[in-house]
Design a protein around this ligand. Structure first.
Ligand code: 26A
Length: 371
């Protein structure tokens, strides 16, 4: 289906205060965007003295990894060392993104979210906050593991993410087969998964991606972390042929370029090569979107590259960068699902990214002031 057709119910009415937002409220269809991810509760500390912990646990200042045995005591140590600074914030990259989409659109249940949690306190927090944000959460539940957590260590403008997936790791494809859930899949026109679920249920991603291709819908994915590009290269490369919009940040693009032996450090060239990777539905060329922090966003499509400069913030207004990329995706998708041109998708993505870096963790303040 063409983007234009999808957006045929979008009016171009008079520009009231909050223009685009007001129109969106009326027009964008419930359940249009369906996402699958790892629901996690972020246990976040923002303090420069955390560099000691980074060293102790052999962590990079700016990375996202799966927790290993050696990281198990980290979570308690974070809480014990910084009792007054630790914050519990709903996270999980995909869930963050759809919360951002909801925040911009201010209309309940435009997005549907699948993931696995447990019936426990952290699961309850994630559910309450996501529902309050307007996300139609359809969780799978397990009693084998507690709800997943993610240690977030913010030092300066860096963030180190150490995910203990626990219940999130128990997600199974059966959840899609549940008839009421599959109805939601059929209702959706757009799909989004971070790259992270590649470590959990790549077959679920592939199933959604194939459904999107067969029905002319749009599939969007994120590379999400450098380790996914190398360690999970095989499942990733099975999904990429179905991906219409591929998001990543600078470190993921660099790692992707290395793993695929692109023999260049020029990110525009990497973006072009990623866009030109084989595609199942070749009639709809892939768009690659590379965010680079304060550097311009790179877009590659159809053998062409465009750069979009970012509005720079003074260092003093940056609180922490955790979730900025997810916020960018959420804003981008909020416009994409309305059939808006790419420039508007990027503008809205940047708007949210800019707000997120000025907040602790993935927190969205009040209502958007976006037009
Ligand atoms: C499989 N891994 C490593 C992960 C994650 C993750 N979400 C899903 N799976 N590692 C970190 N995150 C989330 O990324 C957000 C920031 O982009 C964190 O929960 C954090 O909210």
């Amino acid at each position: 289906m063409e983007d234009k057709k999808r957006a045929s119910n979008v009016e171009t009415g008079s520009d009231e205060k909050g223009g685009n937002i007001k129109r969106t409220k009326l027009d964008v269809q419930e359940g249009i965007l369906l996402a699958y991810g790892n629901p996690l509760l972020d246990i976040s500390v923002n303090d420069d003295s955390c560099v000691k912990l980074l060293k102790k646990y052999d962590l990079e200042a700016n990375n996202a990894i799966l927790a290993e045995e050696k990281h198990v005591p980290l979570y308690k140590e974070l809480v014990d060392t910084y009792p007054d600074k630790v914050e519990y914030i709903p996270g999980g990259a995909t869930l963050n993104a759809v919360r951002a989409t909801q925040w911009i659109l201010q209309k309940p249940k435009v997005t549907t979210y699948f993931g696995c949690i447990s019936h426990d306190k952290f699961g309850e927090i994630i559910t309450k906050k996501s529902e309050a944000a307007g996300v139609n959460v359809k969780f799978q539940f397990t009693d084998k593991q507690p709800t997943g957590t993610c240690g977030v260590i913010c030092t300066g403008s860096n963030r180190s993410l150490i995910a203990n997936l626990a219940a999130a790791n128990c997600f199974t494809e059966d959840h899609l087969d549940e008839p009421s859930n599959w109805k939601l899949v059929e209702k959706a026109q757009f799909f989004y998964t971070a790259g992270f679920p590649l470590t959990v249920s790549p077959t679920s991603m592939l199933r959604l991606a194939k459904h999107a291709k067969e029905t002319g819908k749009t599939y969007c994915m994120n590379l999400s972390a450098p380790f996914l590009c190398s360690v999970f290269k095989e499942p990733m490369m099975k999904v990429i042929p179905y991906v219409d919009y591929l998001f990543c940040n600078e470190s993921e693009a660099d790692e992707f370029g290395k793993v695929h032996e692109y023999n260049t450090t020029d990110r525009k060239e990497i973006a072009l090569k990623m866009a030109a990777l084989p595609k199942e539905d070749a009639s709809r060329p892939r768009t690659v979107i590379i965010t680079q922090g304060a550097e311009p966003v790179i877009i590659a499509k159809d053998g062409k590259v465009t750069e979009y400069p970012v509005k720079l913030l003074p260092d003093s207004s940056i609180v922490d960068t955790n979730g900025a990329g997810d916020g960018f995706v959420g804003g981008f998708l909020a416009m994409l699902i309305q059939g808006k041109p790419i420039g508007e998708c990027i503008k809205c993505g940047m708007y949210i990214g800019n707000i997120i870096v000025q907040q602790p963790g993935f927190t969205l303040p009040g209502k958007p002031d976006y037009s």
